[in-house]
Design a protein around this ligand. Structure first.
Ligand code: PMP
Length: 308
């Protein structure tokens, strides 16, 4: 999806003009994929633009950095404050997609990441529905990828590491080239893991099921956690349970969750129609509540929002 430039990007504590936010071609992270990032969204609310679960995202960024032994020269509070400033400075009253990045910069080369400088940037821009408005409304066509998700002892699946997205990119390309909207990856044990950038849910006999992140080699999604809380609050039973691909084929409903994608119904998997192929009632209920929550329309969840 194309990027619409905004005015300023935060780089290592300073605001720089969008066009000047450049790195050297010999930056370490560009060569070895050593870095960590987040995807965060801000939404318009009656109190102004508000960032959804900012602290949780920035804590996950610091957790990813810890796993990768990247020494981030900013505290959690400093990163949260900087993100609010990025939204404010760019006047993102209609909301924004926000991309914090910790990366190894210019000055050292070689596989050893430890001597390379750690740089941090936070950018934002307006971004619509990641899987398209039609996907939001009518569901997406999924394909089980021939690429498996990382084995947690080959890549730290709890980290949102930049280089790890080669795996996601390969799965996405395979799905798109075959005419599907998005890929589902199996974990190293052949059980369902997650999508190229989203977590996976099914609904079966009124019970909501999602793969347990650490076992499935999936990222522990902040949208996933939010949907689990919401579903429990609405009175649904939610289970973290290992599943195989036929659980998807035979589900009553299926959907995916992620910051960029938000909550998107799945209409088919490997050309097997899920349910009746239309967004199911529980999926639709969770989706519409999610959109109300992020826009500050349900007071019980206002503590998830940071007004800018
Ligand atoms: N899995 C992967 C591989 C992702 O990249 C993302 C997006 N961050 C997710 C799941 C969903 O996570 P979240 O809901 O925190 O955005």
């Amino acid at each position: 999806m194309p990027i619409t430039p905004t005015a300023k990007i935060w780089m290592d504590g300073q605001f720089v003009n969008w066009d000047d936010a450049k790195v050297h071609v010999l930056s370490h992270g560009l060569h070895y994929g050593y870095g960590a990032f987040e995807g965060v969204r801000a939404y318009p609310t009656s109190k102004g633009p508000a960032i959804f679960r900012l602290r949780e995202h920035m804590q996950r960024l610091l957790n990813s950095a810890k796993i990768l032994m990247l020494e981030v020269p900013f505290t959690l509070d400093e990163l949260c404050d900087a993100t609010v400033e990025v939204v404010r400075v760019n006047g993102m009253t209609n909301g924004a997609y926000i991309r914090p990045l910790v990366y190894l910069g210019y000055g050292e080369m070689g596989v050893n990441p430890l001597p390379a400088p750690v740089n941090v940037s936070i950018a934002c821009w307006p971004w619509g529905a990641y899987l398209g408005d039609d996907g939001h409304n009518n569901g997406v066509r999924m394909k089980i990828s021939s690429w498996h998700r990382h084995d947690p002892n080959a890549m730290p699946t709890a980290a949102k590491g930049t280089g790890m997205y080669l795996n996601s990119g390969l799965a996405k390309v395979e799905a798109l080239k075959a005419g599907y909207d998005e890929a589902i990856l199996l974990g190293p044990d052949g059980r369902l893991s997650e999508c190229s950038g989203e977590n996976l849910f099914i609904v079966r006999d009124g019970v909501i099921v999602t793969p347990p992140s650490s076992e499935a080699g999936a990222l522990a999604g902040i949208t996933q956690a939010s949907i689990v809380t919401l579903a429990n609050d609405l009175g649904y039973e939610v289970r973290f349970e290992a599943m195989v691909r036929t659980d998807l084929y035979l589900a009553d409903e299926a959907f995916l969750t992620g910051t960029a994608a938000e909550v998107v119904p799945i209409s088919s998997v490997d050309d097997r129609v899920v349910g009746n192929g239309k967004p199911g009632p529980i999926t639709s209920q969770l989706q519409s509540n999610y959109f109300k929550i992020v826009r500050g329309e349900i007071p019980a969840y206002e503590h998830w929002l940071t007004v800018c």
